[in-house]
Ligand binder design. Structure first.
Ligand code: TF8
Length: 336
């Protein structure tokens, strides 16, 4: 009798082990992912690609439910929901998260990257991994860096062709001291505000301007309430594709691997869409009546000079080590 039970148990265990190794472990899951922008933004393309990849890898078990236009709260609120384990994923700018992890401020330094290739190289290389490794410490897993993009200034008052024109403009900035200081240094009356409030504030004239990549200006319809666009490219802010650490710890290794791989598949689709749509978006905002000013190299140099003190002022808050590492990586990349 005893030996029959034992034999049965051994058999059952054997089956278990066999099943475990032969089949990947996926449970039926619905992953909520939120973003502050509209679905027409390139993040929409990234989420679609990530979704398809997850369906394929999990045999349809991992489903993605996407929420747009801040339906689950803004970047910061959604990220806090991840930390407390009440939401799975968010695609967010790193900028509003500096209160959670001050090192992220390194990405807010003005005129840090010269072009998209530099951004990709730093973010997908050692430096990006170095920052991602800090995230579990604050309850978050960074799966990938997607593209928010180079930011440009818009306003309702006048064409901005140089620093002098910015003086006195009431400009919304992200909830981030580096952006606040950069715009104060440019002479603006800078107002920190969450993204979800920007359209109405522009519409009612509570603020004169804001700054975001052209794809956001287009897909968030800021072109309806802004007349002037200056191609200032004054900062490149990345998106982070974050997963809740408490919920991540409940996933199987197969599920984690699928998410990691699919966030990268999504990244490639998202960056491509961001760059393809960039040119189209510029046409769209012009067609909507915006007047575009390209800065002369001299005007851009003057802008750079005006914001330069921000680097030193914020190095201690970001972490001198983090800033030094970024600068060293940039030099290495540029062959300096
Ligand atoms: C900002 C950011 C936002 C994005 C978006 C919500 O200006 O650039 O547009 O984080 O995903 O607040």
């Amino acid at each position: 009798m005893k030996s029959t039970i034992l034999r049965g148990l051994a058999l059952a265990l054997g089956t278990c082990v066999f099943a475990g190794s032969a089949m990947a472990e996926f449970k039926d899951r619905t992953i909520r992912i939120s973003n502050g922008v509209a679905e027409t933004h390139p993040v929409g393309s990234g989420v679609t690609a990530m979704k398809e990849c997850l369906t394929e890898k999990s045999g349809g078990k991992m489903k993605v439910n996407a929420f747009w236009s801040g339906a689950l709260g803004g970047d910061l609120d959604a990220t806090q929901a991840l930390r407390s384990g009440t939401q799975e994923m968010v695609v967010t700018s790193s900028s509003p998260l500096v209160g959670i992890l001050p090192a992220l401020g390194v990405f807010d330094l003005p005129f840090l990257f010269a072009d998209e290739t530099e951004a990709d190289t730093i973010l997908d290389g050692d430096f990006g991994a170095y920052v991602s490794d800090m995230m579990p410490g604050v309850g978050l897993i960074n799966l990938a860096y997607w593209e928010n993009g180079f930011r440009n200034l818009t306003n309702s008052q006048r064409p901005v062709a140089g620093v002098d024109d910015i003086k006195g403009l009431k400009v919304r900035v992200m909830q981030n001291n580096i952006f606040l200081d950069s715009f104060l240094n440019l002479g603006a009356n800078a107002v920190p505000m969450s993204f979800g409030e920007v359209f109405t504030a522009l519409e009612t004239g509570a603020i004169d301007g804001q700054e975001n990549p052209v794809v956001t200006i287009d897909t968030s319809k800021f072109s309806e309430v802004q007349k002037h666009l200056t191609m200032s490219r004054h900062a490149y802010t990345p998106f982070m594709v974050l997963y809740s650490k408490p919920l991540w710890d409940q996933l199987s290794a197969d599920e984690q691997a699928a998410l990691q791989e699919c966030a990268i598949v999504g990244r490639d689709a998202q960056r491509k869409a961001s760059r393809d749509l960039g040119a189209q978006s510029l046409e769209n905002v012009k067609a909507a009546g915006m007047e575009v000013v390209d800065l002369t190299p001299e005007a851009q140099a003057a802008m750079r000079e005006a914001v330069a003190p921000v680097y030193e002022k914020h190095a201690a808050t970001i972490g001198q080590e983090v800033v030094d590492k970024m600068m060293a990586e940039l030099k290495k990349m540029r062959g300096e």
